[in-house]
Design a protein around this ligand. Structure first.
Ligand code: SF4
Length: 380
């Protein structure tokens, strides 16, 4: 049985609901933030007593919008984690922030609490694309938040960007990439916009109020990201993630390497040795369960993966990495001959130039990155 070295805390609050977002994010509930941190503390103590932990290598405060938490609540949470768990001196401690809720007082509290990596949800510098996404931030706020974080000593800052947004041309995307690069971030995530059912954006597209984004334009935008980021010294190490050497996200790496992780808070997921479990995914349900029945009641369900499911998950996540999957090593660990077992399904992606062999490695091509969901169908 593996001990946990990676800890995730979910903060579900947001200033407002963005039009493309299908997460359970809660707006207008600021008054309940202290109660939520109380519930998190109970869960953290319960887990510390129930599970084996080693020195934590990564702590990730994600959301939602963790930067919405008042400085005092973040300080309380970080201090509580530090008091109850052994955090390695060189651990990666990340906090997700929205430029609109990033200020001097909060950055000081984050740094004081041990945060050493900021993931800034910029999403774009083009006001029209931001309006389509219904982001309530602008380019000036993004630049101000980034610069302030740097000036105050945040040594590792990542920027999130979204492409394939309706009305976003190749030129405006290029401008967004260049403005992001000009800030000198250490890490950049580029996400292809997806229209999730149930979101406002999905409905608007169905009503014909926003146009489809041509596949050719999506490819051109991805090509532009590859060219601009590589020219600026970034290396793509995963489908959506780029970094300067040594700044790859250590927290996300554990998802791709089948390592155990434990999550706290509403809708957080955990995984260890083939067992996956997840918390109640509504705010009221989560808080009520803990208040009335204790922290063990936060868990909504669990599932033990079969060896086959585990192998397939490792395969999917492995293929998301730039280096792909070493099929020889994979067979030694999972007992599955990927090329032989999926020969029929793999024929089409190979023929379409979406997959390639590189020595014993199987990996997505640049084109395959954009159509990764299509490639993964070959394994179903
Ligand atoms: S800030 Fe992020 S989590 Fe919150 S609604 Fe917008 S996209 Fe969703």
């Amino acid at each position: 049985m593996h001990a946990f070295r990676h800890l995730y805390v979910h903060i579900p609050f947001c200033r407002h609901k963005c039009g493309y977002c299908d997460f359970n994010a809660y707006a207008g509930m600021d008054r309940l933030m202290p109660d939520y941190v109380d519930a998190l503390e109970q869960e953290l103590v319960f887990a510390r007593e129930r599970y084996p932990f080693q020195q934590l290598e990564t702590v990730y405060i994600g959301g939602g919008t963790p930067s919405l938490l008042p400085a005092a609540e973040v300080s309380r949470l970080l201090e509580f984690i530090r008091r109850n768990f052994n955090i390695a001196p060189d651990a990666e401690v990340t906090l997700e922030a929205n430029p609109a809720s990033t200020d001097e007082t909060k950055i000081a509290a984050w740094l004081e609490g041990g945060v050493n990596r900021l993931s800034l949800g910029v999403q774009g510098f083009d006001q029209r694309a931001l309006a389509v996404l219904e982001r309530k931030t602008d380019a000036a706020q993004a630049v101000r938040a980034f610069s302030l974080a740097r000036e105050m000593g945040m040594s590792n800052v990542s920027i999130d960007l979204i492409y394939a947004v309706p009305f976003q041309s190749l030129e405006t995307w290029l401008e967004t990439l260049r403005r992001a690069i000009a800030l000198s971030p250490d890490h950049v995530s580029t996400y292809c916009l997806s229209f999730e059912e149930g979101t406002l954006l999905h409905r608007r597209r169905a009503e014909g109020k926003v146009p489809e984004v041509e596949t050719d334009l999506q490819w051109d935008q991805l090509d532009a990201a590859c060219a601009e980021l590589e020219a600026a010294g970034f290396r793509r190490y995963e489908v959506s993630n780029w970094s300067h050497p040594g700044f790859e996200s250590r927290h996300n790496a554990k998802y791709w390497a089948d390592l155990p992780f434990v999550g706290f808070g509403m809708s957080a997921h955990s995984y260890r040795d083939g067992r996956r479990w997840w918390n109640i995914d509504t705010f009221g349900g989560y808080c009520r369960a803990i208040e009335e029945r204790g922290p063990a009641a936060a868990v909504a369900g669990e599932r033990v993966l079969s060896p086959r499911e585990r192998a397939e998950e490792a395969l999917f996540t492995g293929l998301r990495r730039r280096e792909g999957v070493d099929v020889v090593a994979f067979q030694a660990v999972h007992g599955m001959d990927v090329l032989a077992d999926y020969a029929t399904g793999l024929a089409a992606p190979f023929a379409a130039g979406l997959l390639e062999r590189c020595g014993s490695r199987l990996r997505l091509t640049d084109r395959g990155v954009l159509l990764s969901n299509e490639v993964f169908q070959a394994f179903v």
